[in-house]
Design a protein around this ligand. Structure first.
Ligand code: GLN
Length: 489
Protein backbone atom coordinates (compact mmCIF):
# COMPACT_ATOMS: atom_id res chain seq x y z
CA UNK A 1 0.00 0.00 0.00
CA UNK A 2 1.08 3.57 -0.60
CA UNK A 3 1.88 5.72 2.37
CA UNK A 4 -1.30 6.17 4.38
CA UNK A 5 -0.81 9.93 4.43
CA UNK A 6 -1.66 9.97 0.72
CA UNK A 7 -5.26 9.04 1.41
CA UNK A 8 -8.10 11.52 0.98
CA UNK A 9 -10.53 12.24 3.81
CA UNK A 10 -13.12 10.02 2.19
CA UNK A 11 -10.71 7.09 1.72
CA UNK A 12 -9.23 7.47 5.20
CA UNK A 13 -12.71 7.59 6.73
CA UNK A 14 -13.72 4.36 5.00
CA UNK A 15 -10.58 2.46 5.98
CA UNK A 16 -10.78 3.74 9.56
CA UNK A 17 -14.42 2.86 9.80
CA UNK A 18 -13.79 -0.66 8.52
CA UNK A 19 -10.86 -0.85 10.97
CA UNK A 20 -8.47 -1.72 8.17
CA UNK A 21 -6.17 1.01 9.39
CA UNK A 22 -5.89 2.72 12.75
CA UNK A 23 -5.85 6.43 13.37
CA UNK A 24 -2.51 6.00 15.16
CA UNK A 25 -1.01 4.47 11.98
CA UNK A 26 -2.50 7.18 9.81
CA UNK A 27 -1.33 9.93 12.16
CA UNK A 28 2.16 8.45 12.33
CA UNK A 29 2.27 8.41 8.54
CA UNK A 30 1.46 12.14 8.34
CA UNK A 31 3.94 12.96 11.11
CA UNK A 32 6.58 11.00 9.25
CA UNK A 33 5.80 12.88 6.03
CA UNK A 34 6.16 16.14 7.92
CA UNK A 35 9.55 14.99 9.24
CA UNK A 36 10.66 14.01 5.71
CA UNK A 37 9.61 17.20 3.96
CA UNK A 38 9.75 20.07 6.45
CA UNK A 39 13.42 20.95 6.00
CA UNK A 40 12.60 21.87 2.39
CA UNK A 41 9.00 23.04 2.71
CA UNK A 42 8.68 24.91 6.03
CA UNK A 43 4.89 24.62 6.01
CA UNK A 44 4.39 24.14 9.76
CA UNK A 45 4.92 26.48 12.70
CA UNK A 46 3.99 23.93 15.36
CA UNK A 47 3.72 20.15 15.17
CA UNK A 48 1.80 18.69 18.10
CA UNK A 49 3.38 15.25 17.82
CA UNK A 50 2.53 13.70 21.21
CA UNK A 51 -0.86 15.34 21.56
CA UNK A 52 -1.79 14.15 18.06
CA UNK A 53 -0.91 10.55 18.89
CA UNK A 54 -2.99 10.79 22.08
CA UNK A 55 -5.94 12.13 20.10
CA UNK A 56 -5.44 9.35 17.54
CA UNK A 57 -5.52 6.66 20.23
CA UNK A 58 -8.68 8.23 21.58
CA UNK A 59 -10.20 8.24 18.09
CA UNK A 60 -9.29 4.57 17.64
CA UNK A 61 -11.12 3.71 20.86
CA UNK A 62 -14.17 5.54 19.54
CA UNK A 63 -13.93 3.78 16.15
CA UNK A 64 -13.58 0.41 17.87
CA UNK A 65 -16.91 1.03 19.50
CA UNK A 66 -18.44 1.78 16.12
CA UNK A 67 -18.94 5.45 17.05
CA UNK A 68 -16.78 6.97 14.29
CA UNK A 69 -17.96 10.07 12.41
CA UNK A 70 -16.74 11.54 9.11
CA UNK A 71 -13.58 13.14 10.49
CA UNK A 72 -12.91 10.78 13.41
CA UNK A 73 -9.24 9.88 13.50
CA UNK A 74 -8.38 11.88 10.38
CA UNK A 75 -5.30 14.14 10.81
CA UNK A 76 -5.70 17.84 10.03
CA UNK A 77 -3.35 20.84 9.99
CA UNK A 78 -4.79 24.20 11.02
CA UNK A 79 -3.71 27.66 9.88
CA UNK A 80 -2.04 29.40 12.78
CA UNK A 81 -4.62 32.13 13.22
CA UNK A 82 -7.37 29.75 14.29
CA UNK A 83 -7.47 29.60 18.06
CA UNK A 84 -6.51 26.22 19.55
CA UNK A 85 -6.76 25.84 23.34
CA UNK A 86 -3.40 24.84 24.78
CA UNK A 87 -1.66 24.98 21.38
CA UNK A 88 0.42 28.02 20.46
CA UNK A 89 -1.37 30.28 17.97
CA UNK A 90 1.07 32.80 16.50
CA UNK A 91 -0.74 34.32 13.50
CA UNK A 92 2.71 34.27 11.90
CA UNK A 93 3.66 37.21 14.10
CA UNK A 94 6.32 38.03 16.68
CA UNK A 95 3.47 39.70 18.55
CA UNK A 96 1.91 36.31 19.34
CA UNK A 97 5.04 34.15 19.12
CA UNK A 98 4.43 32.65 22.57
CA UNK A 99 0.67 33.06 22.77
CA UNK A 100 -1.22 29.97 23.94
CA UNK A 101 -4.99 30.49 23.73
CA UNK A 102 -7.27 29.30 26.51
CA UNK A 103 -10.18 28.52 24.20
CA UNK A 104 -10.93 26.78 20.92
CA UNK A 105 -12.38 28.42 17.83
CA UNK A 106 -15.84 27.07 16.99
CA UNK A 107 -14.44 25.19 13.98
CA UNK A 108 -11.93 23.49 16.28
CA UNK A 109 -14.71 22.56 18.71
CA UNK A 110 -16.55 21.04 15.79
CA UNK A 111 -13.49 19.06 14.72
CA UNK A 112 -12.93 17.90 18.28
CA UNK A 113 -16.56 16.81 18.59
CA UNK A 114 -15.80 14.51 15.66
CA UNK A 115 -12.56 13.37 17.31
CA UNK A 116 -10.45 14.70 14.46
CA UNK A 117 -6.70 14.55 15.08
CA UNK A 118 -5.02 17.96 15.11
CA UNK A 119 -1.38 17.47 14.14
CA UNK A 120 -0.20 21.07 14.11
CA UNK A 121 -0.45 24.66 12.96
CA UNK A 122 0.60 25.99 9.58
CA UNK A 123 2.73 28.90 8.47
CA UNK A 124 1.11 32.06 7.10
CA UNK A 125 1.69 35.68 6.25
CA UNK A 126 1.59 37.74 9.43
CA UNK A 127 -2.05 38.24 10.47
CA UNK A 128 -3.03 36.86 7.03
CA UNK A 129 -1.69 39.94 5.22
CA UNK A 130 0.04 38.78 2.07
CA UNK A 131 -0.06 36.50 -0.93
CA UNK A 132 3.17 34.53 -0.63
CA UNK A 133 3.69 33.46 3.01
CA UNK A 134 6.91 35.50 2.88
CA UNK A 135 5.43 37.93 5.40
CA UNK A 136 5.58 35.26 8.11
CA UNK A 137 7.68 36.58 10.99
CA UNK A 138 9.37 33.18 11.19
CA UNK A 139 10.32 31.86 7.74
CA UNK A 140 8.82 31.62 4.26
CA UNK A 141 7.12 28.43 3.08
CA UNK A 142 8.31 27.00 -0.23
CA UNK A 143 6.21 25.78 -3.14
CA UNK A 144 6.41 21.97 -3.41
CA UNK A 145 6.26 22.19 -7.22
CA UNK A 146 9.37 24.38 -7.31
CA UNK A 147 11.18 25.12 -4.08
CA UNK A 148 12.43 28.46 -5.42
CA UNK A 149 8.87 29.70 -5.70
CA UNK A 150 6.22 30.84 -3.23
CA UNK A 151 3.25 28.64 -2.29
CA UNK A 152 0.92 31.63 -2.38
CA UNK A 153 -0.61 33.12 0.72
CA UNK A 154 -1.63 33.83 3.25
CA UNK A 155 -2.62 30.18 3.86
CA UNK A 156 0.54 29.03 2.04
CA UNK A 157 1.52 26.62 4.82
CA UNK A 158 -1.84 24.83 4.68
CA UNK A 159 -1.78 24.57 0.87
CA UNK A 160 1.83 23.31 0.67
CA UNK A 161 1.10 20.81 3.46
CA UNK A 162 -1.94 19.33 1.71
CA UNK A 163 -0.08 19.14 -1.63
CA UNK A 164 2.64 17.03 0.01
CA UNK A 165 0.33 14.89 2.18
CA UNK A 166 1.67 16.32 5.43
CA UNK A 167 -1.98 16.20 6.47
CA UNK A 168 -5.11 14.60 5.02
CA UNK A 169 -6.66 18.08 4.81
CA UNK A 170 -6.15 21.52 6.29
CA UNK A 171 -8.05 24.62 7.34
CA UNK A 172 -7.23 28.07 6.08
CA UNK A 173 -8.79 31.51 6.13
CA UNK A 174 -9.63 33.80 3.24
CA UNK A 175 -10.06 37.58 3.43
CA UNK A 176 -9.17 38.43 -0.16
CA UNK A 177 -7.98 35.15 -1.63
CA UNK A 178 -5.89 33.51 1.06
CA UNK A 179 -7.40 30.04 0.65
CA UNK A 180 -7.96 30.05 -3.11
CA UNK A 181 -4.75 31.66 -4.35
CA UNK A 182 -2.42 29.27 -2.43
CA UNK A 183 -4.68 26.34 -3.41
CA UNK A 184 -4.17 27.40 -7.05
CA UNK A 185 -0.39 27.80 -6.58
CA UNK A 186 -0.03 24.37 -4.93
CA UNK A 187 -2.60 22.44 -7.04
CA UNK A 188 -5.03 21.57 -4.26
CA UNK A 189 -8.71 22.39 -3.77
CA UNK A 190 -9.52 25.49 -1.69
CA UNK A 191 -13.01 26.73 -0.82
CA UNK A 192 -13.97 30.14 0.54
CA UNK A 193 -17.52 29.78 1.84
CA UNK A 194 -20.21 32.47 1.69
CA UNK A 195 -19.65 35.16 4.33
CA UNK A 196 -21.51 33.94 7.42
CA UNK A 197 -21.54 30.27 6.40
CA UNK A 198 -18.74 29.21 8.79
CA UNK A 199 -18.33 30.66 12.27
CA UNK A 200 -15.50 33.16 12.71
CA UNK A 201 -15.49 32.72 16.48
CA UNK A 202 -11.87 32.11 17.44
CA UNK A 203 -10.52 33.16 14.05
CA UNK A 204 -8.09 35.95 14.88
CA UNK A 205 -9.61 38.97 13.15
CA UNK A 206 -7.96 40.62 10.16
CA UNK A 207 -10.87 42.29 8.31
CA UNK A 208 -14.03 41.12 10.02
CA UNK A 209 -16.46 41.86 7.18
CA UNK A 210 -14.38 39.80 4.73
CA UNK A 211 -12.77 36.93 6.73
CA UNK A 212 -14.02 33.36 6.33
CA UNK A 213 -12.56 29.98 7.34
CA UNK A 214 -12.57 27.21 4.74
CA UNK A 215 -11.07 23.84 3.80
CA UNK A 216 -7.97 23.03 1.73
CA UNK A 217 -8.25 19.47 0.48
CA UNK A 218 -6.81 17.00 -2.00
CA UNK A 219 -10.03 16.79 -3.99
CA UNK A 220 -13.51 18.25 -4.32
CA UNK A 221 -15.42 15.50 -2.49
CA UNK A 222 -13.25 16.14 0.58
CA UNK A 223 -14.06 19.84 0.41
CA UNK A 224 -17.77 18.96 0.59
CA UNK A 225 -17.19 16.52 3.45
CA UNK A 226 -15.29 19.05 5.55
CA UNK A 227 -17.88 21.75 4.82
CA UNK A 228 -20.58 19.45 6.16
CA UNK A 229 -18.83 19.58 9.52
CA UNK A 230 -17.59 23.17 9.81
CA UNK A 231 -20.55 25.10 8.33
CA UNK A 232 -23.50 26.33 10.33
CA UNK A 233 -24.88 28.94 12.66
CA UNK A 234 -22.97 29.78 15.81
CA UNK A 235 -24.50 31.86 18.61
CA UNK A 236 -20.97 33.05 19.42
CA UNK A 237 -20.62 34.74 15.99
CA UNK A 238 -23.36 37.27 15.35
CA UNK A 239 -22.46 37.39 11.65
CA UNK A 240 -22.94 33.67 11.18
CA UNK A 241 -26.03 32.77 9.19
CA UNK A 242 -29.02 30.84 10.48
CA UNK A 243 -29.47 29.09 7.15
CA UNK A 244 -29.60 25.28 7.52
CA UNK A 245 -26.56 23.34 6.33
CA UNK A 246 -27.27 21.05 3.38
CA UNK A 247 -25.41 17.79 2.82
CA UNK A 248 -22.78 19.18 0.46
CA UNK A 249 -21.99 15.74 -0.93
CA UNK A 250 -25.55 15.08 -2.04
CA UNK A 251 -25.52 16.68 -5.49
CA UNK A 252 -21.81 16.27 -6.22
CA UNK A 253 -22.22 13.72 -8.96
CA UNK A 254 -25.09 15.37 -10.78
CA UNK A 255 -24.11 16.28 -14.32
CA UNK A 256 -23.83 19.84 -15.55
CA UNK A 257 -26.74 19.79 -17.99
CA UNK A 258 -28.76 22.95 -17.72
CA UNK A 259 -26.14 24.87 -15.75
CA UNK A 260 -25.21 28.27 -17.10
CA UNK A 261 -21.67 29.38 -16.42
CA UNK A 262 -20.56 32.94 -17.14
CA UNK A 263 -17.03 33.94 -18.08
CA UNK A 264 -16.64 37.57 -16.97
CA UNK A 265 -14.15 39.22 -19.30
CA UNK A 266 -13.01 41.67 -16.63
CA UNK A 267 -11.22 38.80 -14.90
CA UNK A 268 -9.00 38.07 -17.85
CA UNK A 269 -7.03 41.09 -16.81
CA UNK A 270 -4.23 42.97 -18.43
CA UNK A 271 -0.97 41.54 -17.19
CA UNK A 272 -2.36 38.03 -17.01
CA UNK A 273 0.23 35.47 -18.04
CA UNK A 274 -0.40 33.82 -21.39
CA UNK A 275 0.04 30.33 -19.90
CA UNK A 276 -2.69 31.01 -17.35
CA UNK A 277 -5.05 32.27 -20.02
CA UNK A 278 -4.41 29.22 -22.21
CA UNK A 279 -4.92 26.76 -19.36
CA UNK A 280 -8.18 28.49 -18.45
CA UNK A 281 -9.47 28.46 -22.01
CA UNK A 282 -8.80 24.72 -22.17
CA UNK A 283 -10.58 24.22 -18.84
CA UNK A 284 -13.60 26.26 -19.97
CA UNK A 285 -13.75 24.18 -23.14
CA UNK A 286 -13.75 21.05 -21.00
CA UNK A 287 -16.64 22.40 -18.91
CA UNK A 288 -18.57 22.92 -22.12
CA UNK A 289 -17.79 19.39 -23.32
CA UNK A 290 -19.18 17.91 -20.13
CA UNK A 291 -22.47 19.72 -20.49
CA UNK A 292 -22.30 23.25 -19.07
CA UNK A 293 -23.64 26.16 -21.11
CA UNK A 294 -20.90 28.78 -21.33
CA UNK A 295 -21.94 32.43 -21.54
CA UNK A 296 -19.22 34.88 -22.51
CA UNK A 297 -21.39 37.97 -22.26
CA UNK A 298 -21.18 38.03 -18.47
CA UNK A 299 -19.86 41.36 -17.30
CA UNK A 300 -18.92 42.78 -13.91
CA UNK A 301 -17.62 46.24 -14.85
CA UNK A 302 -16.93 47.46 -11.30
CA UNK A 303 -14.34 44.71 -10.88
CA UNK A 304 -11.72 47.25 -11.84
CA UNK A 305 -12.36 49.08 -8.57
CA UNK A 306 -12.24 45.97 -6.39
CA UNK A 307 -8.54 46.12 -5.60
CA UNK A 308 -8.76 49.78 -4.55
CA UNK A 309 -11.89 49.12 -2.48
CA UNK A 310 -10.27 46.15 -0.77
CA UNK A 311 -7.12 48.07 0.10
CA UNK A 312 -9.19 50.76 1.80
CA UNK A 313 -11.65 48.49 3.63
CA UNK A 314 -9.37 45.64 4.69
CA UNK A 315 -6.68 47.89 6.20
CA UNK A 316 -9.35 50.07 7.86
CA UNK A 317 -10.84 47.07 9.62
CA UNK A 318 -7.38 45.68 10.35
CA UNK A 319 -6.24 48.91 11.95
CA UNK A 320 -9.15 48.70 14.39
CA UNK A 321 -8.81 44.95 15.00
CA UNK A 322 -5.07 45.14 15.62
CA UNK A 323 -5.39 47.96 18.16
CA UNK A 324 -5.75 45.26 20.83
CA UNK A 325 -2.07 44.30 20.63
CA UNK A 326 -0.70 46.76 23.13
CA UNK A 327 1.58 44.52 25.21
CA UNK A 328 -0.74 44.68 28.21
CA UNK A 329 -3.47 42.10 27.73
CA UNK A 330 -1.53 39.30 26.05
CA UNK A 331 1.21 38.60 23.57
CA UNK A 332 4.56 40.27 23.16
CA UNK A 333 5.44 43.09 25.52
CA UNK A 334 8.46 45.34 25.08
CA UNK A 335 10.72 45.76 28.08
CA UNK A 336 12.58 48.85 29.30
CA UNK A 337 9.87 51.34 28.48
CA UNK A 338 9.90 54.73 30.15
CA UNK A 339 6.11 55.22 30.25
CA UNK A 340 2.85 53.49 29.36
CA UNK A 341 2.75 55.20 25.97
CA UNK A 342 6.36 54.34 25.31
CA UNK A 343 5.61 50.70 26.21
CA UNK A 344 2.73 50.50 23.73
CA UNK A 345 4.79 52.16 21.02
CA UNK A 346 7.79 49.89 21.52
CA UNK A 347 5.59 46.79 21.70
CA UNK A 348 3.93 47.58 18.38
CA UNK A 349 7.18 48.72 16.79
CA UNK A 350 8.96 45.48 17.63
CA UNK A 351 6.00 43.07 17.59
CA UNK A 352 4.60 43.84 14.13
CA UNK A 353 6.33 43.34 10.78
CA UNK A 354 6.53 45.86 7.94
CA UNK A 355 3.45 44.73 6.00
CA UNK A 356 1.22 44.83 9.09
CA UNK A 357 2.46 48.32 9.92
CA UNK A 358 1.78 49.41 6.34
CA UNK A 359 -1.81 48.19 6.66
CA UNK A 360 -2.33 49.89 10.02
CA UNK A 361 -1.06 53.16 8.58
CA UNK A 362 -3.25 52.86 5.49
CA UNK A 363 -6.27 51.99 7.63
CA UNK A 364 -5.91 54.71 10.23
CA UNK A 365 -5.37 57.22 7.43
CA UNK A 366 -8.52 56.13 5.57
CA UNK A 367 -10.54 56.28 8.79
CA UNK A 368 -9.20 59.61 10.03
CA UNK A 369 -11.73 62.46 10.31
CA UNK A 370 -10.47 64.40 7.30
CA UNK A 371 -10.39 61.45 4.92
CA UNK A 372 -13.21 59.19 6.10
CA UNK A 373 -15.74 60.43 3.52
CA UNK A 374 -13.27 60.48 0.67
CA UNK A 375 -11.87 56.99 1.25
CA UNK A 376 -13.70 54.71 3.68
CA UNK A 377 -17.23 55.86 2.90
CA UNK A 378 -16.58 55.95 -0.83
CA UNK A 379 -15.13 52.44 -0.72
CA UNK A 380 -18.23 51.20 1.11
CA UNK A 381 -20.42 52.66 -1.63
CA UNK A 382 -18.41 50.99 -4.35
CA UNK A 383 -18.56 47.77 -2.35
CA UNK A 384 -22.35 47.91 -2.68
CA UNK A 385 -22.04 48.41 -6.44
CA UNK A 386 -19.73 45.41 -6.75
CA UNK A 387 -22.14 43.27 -4.76
CA UNK A 388 -25.08 44.40 -6.89
CA UNK A 389 -23.25 43.43 -10.05
CA UNK A 390 -22.81 39.91 -8.73
CA UNK A 391 -26.54 39.78 -7.83
CA UNK A 392 -27.33 40.94 -11.33
CA UNK A 393 -25.06 38.37 -12.98
CA UNK A 394 -26.54 35.57 -10.89
CA UNK A 395 -30.05 36.38 -12.06
CA UNK A 396 -29.14 34.69 -15.33
CA UNK A 397 -26.21 32.52 -14.43
CA UNK A 398 -25.59 29.67 -11.99
CA UNK A 399 -21.88 30.30 -11.57
CA UNK A 400 -18.94 32.31 -12.88
CA UNK A 401 -15.55 30.94 -13.87
CA UNK A 402 -12.27 32.89 -13.77
CA UNK A 403 -8.59 32.17 -13.21
CA UNK A 404 -7.72 31.99 -9.50
CA UNK A 405 -4.61 34.10 -9.98
CA UNK A 406 -3.40 36.07 -12.99
CA UNK A 407 0.08 34.52 -12.73
CA UNK A 408 1.86 31.26 -12.12
CA UNK A 409 3.57 30.89 -8.72
CA UNK A 410 6.29 33.55 -8.61
CA UNK A 411 9.81 33.22 -7.24
CA UNK A 412 10.65 33.87 -3.62
CA UNK A 413 11.61 37.51 -3.16
CA UNK A 414 10.21 38.55 -6.56
CA UNK A 415 7.40 40.76 -5.22
CA UNK A 416 8.61 41.36 -1.70
CA UNK A 417 9.87 44.87 -2.31
CA UNK A 418 6.87 45.90 -4.39
CA UNK A 419 3.66 45.75 -2.33
CA UNK A 420 1.44 46.74 -5.27
CA UNK A 421 2.67 43.80 -7.36
CA UNK A 422 1.99 41.54 -4.38
CA UNK A 423 -1.52 42.99 -3.99
CA UNK A 424 -2.24 42.35 -7.68
CA UNK A 425 -1.83 38.63 -7.06
CA UNK A 426 -5.36 38.65 -5.57
CA UNK A 427 -7.01 40.72 -8.27
CA UNK A 428 -9.26 37.80 -9.29
CA UNK A 429 -10.12 36.61 -5.79
CA UNK A 430 -10.78 39.69 -3.66
CA UNK A 431 -13.94 40.90 -5.44
CA UNK A 432 -15.53 37.66 -4.18
CA UNK A 433 -14.89 38.58 -0.53
CA UNK A 434 -16.15 42.10 -1.19
CA UNK A 435 -19.40 40.59 -2.50
CA UNK A 436 -19.49 37.95 0.25
CA UNK A 437 -20.22 35.13 -2.20
CA UNK A 438 -18.59 31.65 -2.19
CA UNK A 439 -15.82 30.49 -4.54
CA UNK A 440 -13.66 27.43 -4.96
CA UNK A 441 -10.27 26.99 -6.62
CA UNK A 442 -9.60 23.67 -8.35
CA UNK A 443 -6.46 22.40 -10.12
CA UNK A 444 -6.87 23.24 -13.81
CA UNK A 445 -3.58 22.52 -15.50
CA UNK A 446 0.14 23.11 -15.50
CA UNK A 447 2.51 25.37 -17.38
CA UNK A 448 6.25 24.68 -17.18
CA UNK A 449 5.51 22.25 -14.35
CA UNK A 450 3.72 24.94 -12.31
CA UNK A 451 0.07 24.68 -11.29
CA UNK A 452 -2.79 26.80 -12.62
CA UNK A 453 -5.99 27.18 -10.61
CA UNK A 454 -9.54 27.74 -11.86
CA UNK A 455 -11.92 29.73 -9.66
CA UNK A 456 -15.64 28.89 -9.69
CA UNK A 457 -17.82 31.57 -8.06
CA UNK A 458 -21.36 30.89 -6.82
CA UNK A 459 -24.49 32.58 -5.54
CA UNK A 460 -24.65 33.37 -1.82
CA UNK A 461 -25.13 30.12 0.16
CA UNK A 462 -24.97 28.07 -3.01
CA UNK A 463 -21.74 26.23 -2.28
CA UNK A 464 -23.54 23.13 -3.59
CA UNK A 465 -23.51 24.31 -7.20
CA UNK A 466 -19.85 25.32 -7.27
CA UNK A 467 -18.89 22.03 -5.63
CA UNK A 468 -20.95 20.20 -8.23
CA UNK A 469 -19.22 22.01 -11.11
CA UNK A 470 -15.82 21.51 -9.51
CA UNK A 471 -16.53 17.82 -8.99
CA UNK A 472 -17.67 17.27 -12.58
CA UNK A 473 -14.56 19.06 -13.85
CA UNK A 474 -12.34 17.00 -11.60
CA UNK A 475 -13.93 13.77 -12.85
CA UNK A 476 -13.12 14.84 -16.40
CA UNK A 477 -9.48 15.73 -15.71
CA UNK A 478 -6.64 14.35 -13.63
CA UNK A 479 -4.73 17.47 -12.64
CA UNK A 480 -5.52 16.86 -8.98
CA UNK A 481 -3.76 13.49 -9.12
CA UNK A 482 -0.35 14.86 -10.11
CA UNK A 483 2.27 14.80 -7.42
CA UNK A 484 4.84 17.52 -6.81
CA UNK A 485 8.45 16.61 -7.68
CA UNK A 486 9.41 17.10 -4.04
CA UNK A 487 7.72 13.77 -3.31
CA UNK A 488 9.60 11.79 -5.93
CA UNK A 489 13.01 13.37 -5.32
N1 GLN B 1 -3.46 38.89 -0.10
C1 GLN B 1 -4.56 39.64 0.44
C2 GLN B 1 -4.05 40.56 1.51
O1 GLN B 1 -2.89 40.62 1.67
C3 GLN B 1 -5.59 38.70 0.98
C4 GLN B 1 -5.18 38.05 2.23
C5 GLN B 1 -6.21 37.14 2.80
O2 GLN B 1 -7.12 36.67 2.12
N2 GLN B 1 -6.11 36.92 4.10
O3 GLN B 1 -4.77 41.22 2.17
Amino acid sequence: MNDLCELTVREAHQLLQQREISSVELTESTLQRIAQTEDKLHACLTVTHDLALEQAADADACLNEGQGKTLTGVPVLVKDLISTAGIRTTCGSTMLENFVPIYDATVIEKLKAQKAVIIGKTNMDEFAMGSSTEHSAFFPTHNPWDLNRVPGGSSGGSAAAVATNQAIYALGSDTGGSIRQPAGFCSVVGLKPTYGRVSRFGLVAFASSLDQIGPLTKDVADSALVMNIIAGHDPKDSTSARQPVPDYTKHLSRDLKGLRIGIPQEYFVEGMQGEVREALETAIHRLQEIGAAIDRRASLPSTKYALAVYYILAPSEASANLARYDGVKYGFSAVNASSAIDATEKTRQLGFGAEVKRRIMLGTYALSAGYYDAYYLKAQKVRTLIREEFDQAFRELDALVTPTSPTLPFTLGEKLEDPLQMYLSDVCTLPINIAGVPAISVPAGFADGLPVGMQIIGKPFDEETILRIAFAYQQATDWHKRKPPLLSG
